[in-house]
Design a protein around this ligand. Structure first.
Ligand SMILES: Nc1ncnc2c1ncn2[C@@H]1O[C@H](COP(=O)(O)OP(=O)(O)O)[C@@H](O)[C@H]1O
Ligand SMILES: [Mg+2]
Length: 623
């Protein structure tokens, strides 16, 4: 590799690195060491390889010097041939070691990426729902991708950059000093002339690079937003295409300007770099030649010195930039660790239990709950805000108590925003209560294992989500071992079999995000089919039929009634038929249970339920 290319690559990495001035954080270093530990053997091999490579790099100039000396002193041709064969051998070994080294550093780097990625993925998966409702998915995915790669690159870069360059530098200087200390010192005097502007230039170019990256990102965001289906529709309806174009042109022009400036700065830098090294070379030839003529230095030594000099500047530039690289490695690692340090608020206890066998009761005892504050569950950088809100949400549930006996159905009714869905979410531990307790089968849900809780509790929400996957995969989520007959049976009972049969690939049709689009009602019937498949002992329905029309609702209601047979159920309903069948009706208003009883009792009491019954239910309930 020529000196220019090496120097250029070094400069490039200095420019792309985030320049952060911060003291080394010991704790961070220790954690990085912990991640590096499994790769110890690889790292040692890599360092050894670096030393051998550096030795070989110094060998060639020395051998070349011997060739010249052999020529000058009129040795036999045999010596010259032997020496040149040796040079060829060194070149071959150097090439082979180069490939080996690259492979080794890739293995190390990719291995580190794998470790960091899986660690972050596992951790994020354990975060509570509150975290995901706050975090911008894009920012999180970027953390999983870019920072992990940044950490790896800087880690491998630092390792290969600092270690092998330091060895090369020391060896080269040592050999040069033994050949001629005067010339070596003079060459070193020229060094600051080279390194000082290089570093200053590096800083300026880093700023330009960052500015360019920001401008590019800005341009990109604008395009993604404008070219998304909803964005494009908005522009078609309200947009002013000319203004849009003009604004885009202005942004794109700024990208062009910074491109030109960066290119110019780069070329000035490269030219200066070549010039300084050429001047140093002239010095070696001039001074060395003079020494040689006076007989104090061999001609071969002059050639060796000149060749060694060209190998001196590259590691020097690299080491000058190493500090920045180490810093950027630390920053990337810190950004990854920041995610790993988020405490999963909701965790399984070490001595967690299973839900007792048989039909179970569901019980709320004086439950108080407020949605957690942003700074408890999230990271400012992931929400793309400067500071997180530390104010907790206002209390949403103020002392909720009720009990659904095994096999009973409890219906929750009340105005929208009353807290019904919040009550439902406390059962599967999407959130934990602040005060009081939620119990299943007499055991506090916080004392249960996550697996047992999942196996016991089934929930259908208002908008069932489907993964971008086949109908089959979406259903199998509920029961991985289900056969096709069982899938069709569940689909049939959820009144979805005809729809799925009409899909292009039946059960193997990809649905969800970018797949085949199911309507809101069809999606909801899919989640009901999931519930029917999973056959859990406790069922929560949160407006499970809200998106269905009257005819399909009547049909699905039947399936649901079947699914609720013998099960303990908490049903949030807005249709009279469901509510009427419940063993117990709770009227929730503003986070409190204001009335409870059976349909008849509550109607007779002529309170809030009777009012809801008149205003909310009758319209849809009377067939
Ligand atoms: N993720 C959330 N973060 C903060 N507040 C929420 C969240 N979800 C709901 N709320 C608030 O909690 C209250 C109860 O909401 P919810 O339980 O969804 O009502 P319902 O299901 O009865 O319509 C509402 O005031 C709502 O604004
Ligand atoms: Mg709700």
């Amino acid at each position: 590799m020529s000196m220019e290319t090496t120097a250029w690559m070094q400069l490039h990495s200095v420019m792309t690195a985030q320049q952060e001035r911060r003291p080394f954080d010991r704790a961070t270093l220790r954690r990085i060491a912990a991640f590096a530990r499994p790769h110890r053997a690889g790292i040692i091999r890599f360092v050894l390889l670096g030393v051998v490579t550096a030795l070989l790099a110094v060998a060639t100039p020395v051998l070349a010097g011997h060739v010249v000396d052999a020529i000058v002193s009129g040795h036999d041709t045999g010596t010259v041939v032997r020496l040149s064969l040796l040079i060829a051998l060194v070149a071959v070994v150097e090439a082979a070691l180069g490939v080996l080294g690259r492979r080794l550093s890739a293995t190390l780097g990719e291995g580190l990426i794998l470790d960091l990625r899986t660690a972050v993925f596992d951790h994020v998966q354990r975060m509570p729902v509150a975290f995901f409702t706050r975090t911008r998915t894009g920012a999180l995915v970027s953390r999983l991708n870019n920072d992990v790669i940044g950490a790896q690159r800087a880690f491998a870069g630092t390792l290969s950059g600092v270690v092998s360059n330091l060895v090369t530098l020391v060896l080269t200087l040592a050999v040069m000093l033994t050949l001629s200390w005067q010339i070596t010192l003079l060459a070193l005097v020229l060094l600051p002339v080279f390194v000082v502007p290089a570093r200053r230039m590096g800083g300026r170019m880093a700023r330009m690079q960052r500015e360019a990256a920001a401008l590019n990102a800005d341009m990109g965001t604008r395009m993604t937003e404008r070219f998304s289906a909803p964005g494009a529709t908005l522009i078609k309806l309200f947009g002013r295409p000319e203004e849009e174009s003009a604004e885009f042109t202005a942004r794109a022009a700024r990208v062009r300007d910074i491109g030109v400036r960066t290119a110019t700065a780069q070329s000035v830098f490269m030219t200066a770099l070549t010039l300084v090294s050429s001047l140093a070379l002239a010095l070696v030839y001039g001074l060395g030649g003079w020494f040689a003529l006076r007989g104090t230095l061999a001609a071969g030594a002059v050639v060796s010195l000149a060749l060694l000099l060209t190998r001196l500047y590259a590691p020097l530039t690299a080491l000058a930039g190493a500090r920045v690289e180490v810093m950027s490695a630390l920053v990337s690692f810190e950004r990854v660790f920041e995610v790993l340090d988020l405490l999963p608020l909701i965790e399984e206890k070490p001595d967690a239990r299973e839900v007792p066998e048989g039909p179970v009761a569901v019980e709320f005892e004086d439950v108080r709950f407020a949605y957690p504050a942003a700074d408890q569950v999230s990271l400012a950088s992931l929400e793309e805000v400067a500071v997180l809100d530390s104010r907790g949400g206002a209390e949403v549930l103020h002392g909720i108590s009720f009990r659904a006996e095994p096999g009973q159905t409890v219906a929750l009714v009340g105005s929208s925003g009353a807290g019904k869905s919040t009550i439902a979410q406390l059962l599967p531990r999407l959130y934990d209560v602040d005060e009081g307790a939620v119990r299943i089968g007499g055991v506090d849900v916080r004392d249960l294992t996550a697996g047992s809780l999942r196996a016991t509790l089934g929930m259908v929400t208002q908008d069932g989500h489907l993964f971008h996957d086949t109908v089959r995969a979406n259903l199998l989520l509920a029961r991985p071992a289900a056969t096709d007959e069982e899938l069709w049976e569940a689909l049939g009972r959820a009144r979805l079999d005809e729809v799925v049969r009409s899909l292009p690939d039946g059960l193997d049709t990809v649905v969800g995000e970018r797949g085949y689009r199911l309507s809101g009602g069809e999606r909801q019937r899919m989640t009901i089919a999931r519930l029917l498949l999973a056959r859990q002992r406790v069922v929560i329905l949160d407006e499970a039929t809200a998106h269905l029309d009257n005819t399909s609702e009547a049909a699905v209601q039947e399936a649901l009634a079947e699914a609720l047979e013998g099960r303990t159920a908490v049903v949030i309903a807005h249709r009279l038929s469901t509510v009427r069948a419940a063993d117990q009706i709770l009227v929730v208003e503003a986070g409190q249970i204001v009335e409870h009883g059976t349909h008849e009792e509550l109607l007779a009491a002529d309170g809030r339920y009777a009012e809801l019954h008149r205003t909310q239910f009758t319209a849809v309930a009377t067939p």
